[in-house]
Design a protein around this ligand. Structure first.
Ligand SMILES: C[S@@+](CC[C@H](N)C(=O)[O-])C[C@H]1O[C@@H](n2cnc3c(N)ncnc32)[C@H](O)[C@@H]1O
Length: 429
């Protein structure tokens, strides 16, 4: 692979490119790095490459003519159209996935800005892609270019000794890497985990996968959101409970509300969409439970007549129960361990119990096998006896305005999407 760096400071690169893995890769001809300086295209006596910004403001901007001339001076190898990347805090974040793709290119041009950046017209005319190495500002693109060269070179065939080592690392499967150990077996009282001595390949793999998930959940909960299989596993042990009792009325008194037709139907469909294990509407009143059963039957009939079998399947996930305690007991019996119970509210909870969506998802993913119950309230919200049963309270859903009155079925859908929704870029199941 060939990498051309457009920079005012080529001398910054020597120690990084000469040492260790990169040095050997260059010696072996696996990667070549050459430099072009916009300064070489300056025509005035000060060899200037920058000027003050139009519209005023601090600092200087890299001028069009010299930067463009530098870019256009890069002579492409035959048949290899160079891909021109600008290092910029305004670019998309560099990811391991993008690094792997860029490593497939024959010729990459890395353009390093300085001062306040470069004239936008150079970017419009001469840059294919802008990439940032993180949400902070450096004085120039050179360190970013070195980061990219290092990360890309590791994917070039023959650069790393062991052919798998670039694949079995943090980010390669969307998770952070498991902890690593080497001799001695005990260091200052800390022992290497037993399983690593077992010689049992499958058990070691399983241990490593679980530690990877735990670490990712702890340090980078955002990465878990893109892990379809992990989300599906958590969803398969998650239940929604809809409480009609004990809930509050407008005066803060504990009451029992009556069942709403669409709460049964719509929440069942949301639970099915996010692949949850079950949906338990709760009422202590026998007539209300019968009403739920009748609602389900009416919907079933209507759905059958409409030939919408898939929608009918959503209703099969409903189990009507008499109390929140019964639902908790049912889940405990089914999974052989007590569920983690999370109550929901439109009002902020006491800080010690409050949990945000990404953190809840990450923590529950890491709590392998333990089932999860999300309790939603009707009326003016869950009564204090349910709140005291809960291990945590989910952060209230909020929009930018101050209207705070979602219907419980809309809140359920929004919450499930925040916990189990798959980002656009994720692969299909
Ligand atoms: C001082 S910075 C310019 C910052 C610019 N005024 C802004 O606020 O976005 C100068 C140059 O450093 C490089 N640079 C700074 N931070 C970077 C980052 N996080 N990732 C990649 N390049 C960066 C870019 O090449 C940039 O043109």
């Amino acid at each position: 692979m060939r990498i051309t760096v457009v920079t005012l400071f080529p001398e910054m690169f020597a120690s990084v490119l000469d040492a260790s893995v990169l040095g050997k890769a260059r010696q072996a001809g696996l990667v070549t790095v050459d430099f072009v300086s916009p300064r070489d295209f300056a025509t005035d006596k000060h060899r200037s490459v920058d000027d003050t910004p139009y519209g005023g403001g601090p600092g200087m901007v890299m001028k069009c003519e010299q930067m463009m001339a530098a870019l256009e001076s890069v002579v492409a190898d035959e048949g290899a159209k160079p891909h021109r990347v600008l290092l910029s805090p305004v670019g998309k974040s560099l990811t391991q996935a993008r690094v792997r793709e860029l490593a497939e290119l024959a010729h990459l041009v890395l353009v390093c800005g300085r001062y306040e950046g470069i004239d936008q017209r150079v970017i419009d005319l001469g840059i294919d892609e802008s990439l940032s190495i993180g949400d902070y500002v450096l004085t120039g693109g050179e360190l970013g270019a070195m980061v990219m060269i290092d990360a890309i070179a590791r994917y070039l065939p023959g650069v790393l000794g062991h052919s798998e080592s670039a694949e079995d690392e943090s980010f390669s499967d969307g998770l952070l890497e498991y902890p690593q150990y080497t001799r001695p077996a005990v260091f200052r009282g800390l022992e290497v985990p037993e399983v690593l001595f077992s010689g049992h390949h499958a058990r070691i793999q399983e241990w490593r996968k679980q530690r990877s998930v735990e670490r990712t959940a702890e340090h980078r909960p955002d990465l878990i959101a893109a892990q379809v299989e992990i989300l599906a596993e958590l969803a398969s042990r998650t239940y929604v409970v809809l409480a009609h009792h004990p809930v509050l009325d407008r005066n803060g008194k504990t009451v029992t509300t009556s069942v709403t037709n669409f709460d049964i139907h719509d929440i069942a469909r949301s639970c099915a969409t996010y692949a949850l294990a079950g949906y338990f509407p709760i009422s202590p009143i026998a007539l209300q439970r019968e009403k739920i059963a009748r609602i389900i039957e009416i919907w079933r009939k209507e759905i059958r007549q409409a030939g919408a079998d898939a929608r009918g399947r959503a209703l099969a996930g409903i189990e009507v129960m008499s109390s929140v305690e019964d639902a908790i007991e049912q889940v405990r019996a089914r999974h052989g361990q007590p569920p983690w119970v999370v109550a929901t509210s439109a009002q902020p909870a006491t800080p010690d119990k409050l949990v945000d969506f990404a953190i809840l998802r990450a923590e529950r993913v890491a709590a392998k096998d333990r089932p999860l119950i999300l309790i939603l309230g009707t009326g003016w919200g869950l009564g204090p006896s349910v709140i005291s049963l809960a291990d945590q309270m989910l952060a209230p859903l909020r929009g930018p305005g101050n209207f705070n009155h979602l219907s419980v079925r809309s809140a359920a859908a929004a919450m499930l999407d925040r916990l189990f929704g798959i980002p656009l870029a994720s692969p299909p199941l």
